[in-house]
Design a protein around this ligand. Structure first.
Ligand code: NAD
Ligand code: SER
Length: 318
């Protein structure tokens, strides 16, 4: 069946690039972008249909799904980890009720659903290195709690109602098109802007704090590959560990210094986000994704840093 896709939260860090990626694969007229307000992001709002949808308004969501005869919902609207700790009630509401509305509409209108989970599903009791696909999941953040519950809800809708739900546990995503939306891994994006502008960066995450990270092109490829994967081969639908690199701030700084030798990093730790980072794994084992749908990332820290700096310089006209 040909895909007609609705993307929620499409003006965020992932949506800004995923909309273009999916329009490139399926056609501009087959991918409807949406977000809770319309902003001036021409690569999303001017290249195909755009609708204002608050995912807490299930009637509006259902009306847009009917209007465009949508058969696939890519659900990105969410509150991320840092903002979620400051506004836990908002994170609970958007992340769980928003997903519930999407799943109910998908059940009624027979849509496939792709929604990203996160490394935030893990907690301090989880094995930290080579974190397995199936392991202890006792997160200590509201964001993590909603992501674990979201994975379980997606599995439930698949097993109970046959809704074709799929997802990956994204690590921190590094990208240049849009800024990140208030997560713990955001330092790994901000550092590039300050490296180019000031040759210095003040990190809110401490030296020595390892987290899994991924460059956006690999993340986009993960989404479209899993959406198209043979369902008969999928054992772990919600949600797959995917990994490509793990680093701490000093290692990222050293890599940037190969291009900007005078670059310096200082530290002013944010206790909230540092505690979140310390509760997450150092690195994930993504064997199941590799075996079940052929996941294979292209970028490592070195190729990512080269490309990030080159693309940001181009974007800033340097
Ligand atoms: P983001 O914060 O950049 O964007 C989220 C978008 O959702 C924003 O444009 C926001 O306006 C929108 N939104 C918020 N509340 C809404 C509502 N009530 N109705 C409609 N839209 C609403 O986030 P992102 O980084 O693009 O993340 C997208 C998804 O990927 C989320 O589920 C997130 O948990 C997951 N994820 C992201 C990362 C990452 O590093 N970026 C890592 C792991 C998982
Ligand atoms: N990048 C995300 C965050 O830090 C991980 O889900 O919230």
């Amino acid at each position: 069946m040909k895909k007609r896709i609705l993307i929620t939260g499409s003006l965020g860090q992932i949506g800004t690039e995923l909309t273009k990626h999916l329009r490139g694969i399926y056609g501009n007229d087959k991918v409807v972008a949406s977000d809770m307000v319309k902003k001036d992001v021409p690569e999303v709002t001017e290249t195909g249909a755009f609708e204002v949808i608050d995912v807490l308004d299930s009637k509006r969501l259902a009306d847009v799904v009917s209007k465009y005869k949508i058969n696939t919902i890519v659900h990105l609207a969410a509150i991320l980890s840092g903002v979620g700790e400051h506004k836990p009630s908002l994170a609970y509401n958007v992340n769980l009720n928003g997903l519930y509305h999407v799943l109910e509409i998908a059940r009624e209108k027979e849509c496939q659903v792709f929604t990203p989970s996160s490394i935030a599903v893990f907690g301090p009791d989880t094995p930290k290195d080579g974190t397995p696909q199936n392991t202890i999941m006792r997160p200590t953040t509201m964001y993590g709690v909603t992501k674990v519950a979201g994975e379980l809800l997606c599995d439930y809708y698949f097993k109970r109602f046959g809704v074709d739900t799929r997802g990956v546990r994204f690590p921190g995503l590094v990208s240049y098109a849009a800024l990140p939306g208030g997560g713990t891994t955001d330092y790994a994006v901000h550092i590039f802007y300050d490296a180019l502008e000031k040759q210095a960066y003040e990190s809110f995450i401490a030296a020595g704090t390892y987290m899994d990270m991924m460059y956006m092109p690999d993340a986009l490829h993960a989404v479209s590959s899993l959406m198209e994967a043979n369902p008969e081969k999928l054992v772990h639908r919600n949600a797959f560990n995917v990994a490509s690199m793990s680093f701490e701030p000093e290692e990222l700084a050293a890599e940037i210094r190969k291009h900007i030798p005078e670059f310096e990093v200082t530290y002013n730790i944010d206790p909230v986000r540092q505690a979140i980072a310390e509760s997450w794994p150092n690195s994930l084992d993504d064997t199941c994704a590799r075996e079940e749908w052929g996941w294979e990332p292209k970028y490592d820290i070195s190729s990512m840093v080269s490309d990030m700096l080159e693309q940001l310089k181009k974007k800033q006209g340097k």
